[in-house]
Design a protein around this ligand. Structure first.
Ligand SMILES: [Zn+2]
Ligand SMILES: [Zn+2]
Ligand SMILES: [Zn+2]
Length: 337
């Protein structure tokens, strides 16, 4: 008895599988997921894997919040009907038995704000003769938001820190739409600088300040102070032959610095070096050389003059001689006549 029952169950299951296999294929409803209230939404019924059909029909159900605007067939046939009251349509006398693809266009108006969405559903059935060869349904939820939101107060969703920005959110009381915005990072709130390492004469020091909010520490260098040398102390006197030494001592760290004292110069009676004579007022010497130079120049000029004089004298003598010789020649010629 149990076997017979299980066999029967199996048969029923197999039959149902065969039946559903006969009505294989899918329907989808495509369009916008969310719209603002008052706007129209276009929903396209698409059919896939539908075998050759002789007629096809659609039946819609609209959730509360959307209203029918229009319904029209995309595929063509000699009979194309849509009843706005029942939301049912039929297409017969098909131009082509292939009804796959975009089949029907439904336009609805988003009438009410619906943050959770309004469902639009469709059942598509196709027949070949009197046999149903396709039966598939689809649904789409369309969220309807306010045209103008009624937002409440901004509420912090993430607190800003010294370095990272935070976030705030506000919610529309009508549609639940959320708006978010960033909140600028606060920036550190540092206290005063405090010395963590005192600078010395030669080594730099350090200072630190701490943020009161996040305890972040900031450090900076403090320049080395440099030695503070006092008056020089002669540690070795200079002599006429040897250099001496002066010592400076840093009053802070005791660092010593030495400086050479030059050899003591003895004033000689006749200074030979020109360098030494520069300091002593030996203006007589220099002026005398100037005078000498002038005298030389004069002498040269005179010499030049003398040379010039000599040349003219010779010229005069030559001319006189020529004239005398000429006269003598003339006299001699006259006597012979
Ligand atoms: Zn809203
Ligand atoms: Zn901080
Ligand atoms: Zn020092």
């Amino acid at each position: 008895m149990k076997k017979i029952i299980s066999l029967m169950v199996c048969l029923v299951l197999m039959m149902s599988v065969c039946l559903t296999a006969g009505a294989a294929g899918t329907t989808t409803l495509n369009g916008k997921d969310s719209v603002t209230v008052g706007s129209e939404v276009e929903l396209i019924v698409n059919v896939k894997d539908c075998a050759d059909a002789s007629s096809i029909s659609v039946a819609f159900t609209l959730g509360e919040g959307v209203e029918l605007v229009s319904g029209s067939w995309i595929k063509t046939g000699s009979i194309a009907k849509f009843d706005a009251a029942t939301l049912k349509g039929a297409l017969g006398g098909l131009a082509s038995p292939d009804v796959n693809g975009d089949l029907f266009k439904l336009v609805v108006k988003a009438a009410k704000v619906a943050p959770n969405g309004v469902e639009v559903a469709v059942i598509v059935t196709a027949k070949k003769g009197s046999d149903e060869i396709f039966n598939a349904n689809a649904a789409k939820v369309v969220k309807i938001a306010c045209a103008t939101h009624t937002y409440g107060e901004w509420a912090e969703t993430k607190a800003p820190t010294c370095t990272e920005k935070g976030a705030e959110e506000r919610v529309c009381s009508a549609c639940g739409n959320k708006e978010t915005k960033d909140v600028a990072a606060l920036g550190h709130k540092y206290g005063d600088w405090t010395e963590t390492k005192a600078p010395t004469c030669t080594e730099k020091g350090a200072e630190e300040r701490v943020c009161a909010t996040c305890q972040n520490k900031e450090t900076k260098d403090v320049a080395a102070l440099g030695h503070k040398y006092g008056e020089a102390v002669v540690t070795k006197e200079a002599t006429e032959t040897e250099t001496g030494l002066k010592t400076y001592t840093c009053s802070v760290c005791g660092e010593k610095k030495e400086e050479v004292i030059p050899v003591i110069k003895v004033e000689s009676e006749a200074p030979v070096s020109s360098d030494t004579t520069v300091e002593t007022p030996d203006t007589d010497d220099t002026s005398s050389t100037d005078v000498d130079a002038n005298a030389d120049a004069d002498a040269n000029a005179n010499a030049d003059d003398e040379k010039g004089g000599l040349n003219t004298d010779i010229l005069i003598i030559v001319i006189l001689a020529v004239v005398l010789v000429g006269l003598a020649v003339v006299l001699i010629i006259k006597k012979r006549k």
